[in-house]
Design a protein around this ligand. Structure first.
Ligand code: FES
Ligand code: FES
Length: 154
């Protein structure tokens, strides 16, 4: 029996085994390839998406365990009206190879939703599970601080 999943505001009927990780549902079934596969064992954060606003590792959530609405990096903003966080990422030229960055953005969005004015230590703590082999951590921190300021002004 197909499972109904609401992803980025749209309902999808997914006819796959219950134990298929959400990551592969998103990438292979729904075609949302912004969410990346890195490690497959919850150790890198490349696959981070939101379920009901909570940042989760989609490689570790089975289809049958998805408990709410899913948001991927594609659902945070559009190319014409980029979300504040994505604009801060662009302004600070955060991405190097870019592979980890959708996961970084999703983790940052969850952080700012929970804590609109995080300290540098709180940013580092919240982001520590999202690895970047290109070492963009200082720019990630700067972009989060910038996004926090812009969101406060909005
Ligand atoms: S691919 Fe999911 S945490 Fe690395
Ligand atoms: S930008 Fe290359 S892995 Fe993070």
């Amino acid at each position: 029996m197909a499972t109904a999943l609401k992803i980025n505001g749209k309902t999808h009927q997914v006819d796959l085994p219950d134990d298929v990780p959400l990551l592969w549902v998103l990438r292979d079934e729904v075609g949302l390839t912004g969410t990346k596969f890195g490690c497959g064992v919850a150790a890198c954060g490349a696959c981070t998406v939101h379920i009901d606003g909570e940042a989760v590792r989609s490689c570790q959530v089975s289809l049958s365990d998805v408990w709410g609405d899913v948001t991927t990096v594609e659902g945070l903003g559009t190319p014409d009206a980029m979300a504040t966080i994505q604009k801060a990422w662009a302004d600070h030229q955060v991405a190097q190879c870019g592979y980890c960055q959708s996961g970084q953005v999703m983790q940052a969005a969850a952080l700012l939703a929970e804590n609109p004015a995080p300290s540098d230590a709180e940013i580092d703590d919240a982001m520590q599970g999202n690895l970047c082999r290109c070492g963009t951590y200082p720019r990630i921190r700067a972009a989060i601080n910038d996004a926090a300021s812009k969101l406060k002004e909005a």
